[in-house]
Write a protein that binds this ligand. Sequence first.
Ligand SMILES: [Ca+2]
Ligand SMILES: [Ca+2]
Length: 107
Amino acid sequence: MARLDQVITNIVDIFLEYANDEGRKHQLNKDELKKVLQQEIQSPELKEKINADDIEEVMGVLDKNHDGEVNFREFCRCISDLAKCYYQKKTGRGGKKNRGNEPAAED
Ligand SMILES: [Ca+2]
Ligand SMILES: [Ca+2]
């Protein structure tokens, strides 16, 4: 499988594996979210960005529609934020400044 194929199928498969573990299907509750972050993120720089030990805060940030769980759209946003974070570290671009070009409450 090509690399992007792998990335995409991995994101979907990982989400479903954890989201369907307990509670509502296709939704990550707090415990599931904590598990997926603890087990599937190991690199120190990403761990630093998203702290699974403070799951309340992480959930607050990710749960854009405030239903107490993380759906696939919210999960994707998290992955994309982590990818951007890594990109910025690698390239030195973007920095830590939030230039406000991301309308967070769009959906
Ligand atoms: Ca669930
Ligand atoms: Ca949600």
